[in-house]
Design a binder for this molecule. Structure first.
Ligand SMILES: Nc1ncnc2c1ncn2[C@@H]1O[C@H](COP(=O)(O)OP(=O)(O)OP(=O)(O)O)[C@@H](O)[C@H]1O
Ligand SMILES: [Mg+2]
Length: 274
């Protein structure tokens, strides 16, 4: 693997959603801070939107890690909310919350979930958080269930803290459902990096992977080109940096410069055209 040759302990530009590699850009950091405040204030529904490859899943994992530090907060996460029926979704939720036994109807499940939330949040004074990634996949009947769960409340606060994360097409979908968009207490759109953040993210990921040589591996103009090409979208940045490092080693270069990035972009264009 190329990263061993560079004396790195980890792959710096893998595209898996590893919290360890999340560079705290302004947008990512603000999203995390606002979510934590909304959850601690028990405001109910938070919505995080962002384009493909902007870092939503990675952010969700960082949020879970941060919340897990606090043992009064219980966090549950759904990565792919695709369910065939209302019944399947409520049964899944009950299982996720650790509710036993099994019930026969969706209504019984909903009542059991309400009792569970009262016990956990009112009697035991915990905060229960449910994070749903890929929320643009939620069906109308699943959204209806979530709306019901958001109705469970005391005079002061919502029982369930729901964080819904999805691609931008989720917003119009939510707006079509009466009483759902009214309940959104935090709505935050994750933005791509600016040019400085793009450069800082590349350096940050190299450092996290164990790169500690004083000299820059990527020239400044190479990073300018990466920004121009990717417009600050993290997954695209990671992809192009990965290809650049592979090529850098194959060609036994001393630095990733603008020519090398140009070569990779051209090659990518050719593949797109084929
Ligand atoms: N702030 C960041 N710092 C460093 N890398 C990031 C950052 N945000 C995202 N990435 C990287 O971008 C890639 C895509 O991230 P992720 O899978 O979280 O995006 P996503 O928004 O969930 O994408 P999709 O819409 O396809 O589900 C991952 O390699 C991730 O490490
Ligand atoms: Mg994702």
């Amino acid at each position: 693997m190329y990263y061993n040759i560079l004396n790195l302990s980890k792959e710096p530009f893998s595209t898996s959603p590893d919290p360890y590699f999340l560079y705290p850009s302004m947008s990512h950091q603000q999203a995390l801070q606002r979510l934590e405040i909304a959850i601690r204030l028990k405001r109910g529904l938070s919505l995080i939107l962002g384009d493909v490859g902007i870092g939503k899943t990675t952010l969700a994992r960082v949020l879970v890690q941060n919340l897990n530090q606090d043992n009064t907060i219980v966090t549950h996460m759904i990565f792919d909310p695709t369910y065939d029926s209302e019944f399947q979704f409520v049964a899944y939720l009950a299982k996720l919350f650790g509710i036993r036994p099994n019930f026969r109807s969706a209504l019984d499940y909903k009542e059991a979930i309400e009792r569970f939330l009262f016990k956990r949040c009112v009697d035991e004074e915990n905060i229960v958080v449910l994070i749903i990634d890929e929320a643009q996949k939620l069906s109308a009947s699943s959204l209806e269930i979530l709306r019901t769960l958001l109705n469970y409340e005391t005079n002061e606060y919502k029982l369930l803290q729901l964080v819904v994360i999805g691609q931008t097409e989720l917003l119009p979908k939510l707006k079509r459902i009466r009483n759902f968009s009214d309940r959104i207490s935090l709505k935050y759109m994750i933005n791509p990096f600016d040019i400085n953040e793009t450069k800082a993210m590349i350096q940050f990921r190299l450092k996290q992977a164990g790169y500690n040589s004083g000299k820059g591996l990527f020239s400044d103009t190479a990073m300018d080109m990466i920004y121009q090409y990717t417009q600050g979208y993290p997954r695209q940045i990671a992809n192009i940096c990965h290809l650049a490092l592979e090529e850098f080693l194959m060609q036994e270069r001393s630095v990733v410069d603008a020519d090398l990035i140009d070569e990779i972009i051209e090659r990518g264009r050719k593949v797109d055209l084929d």
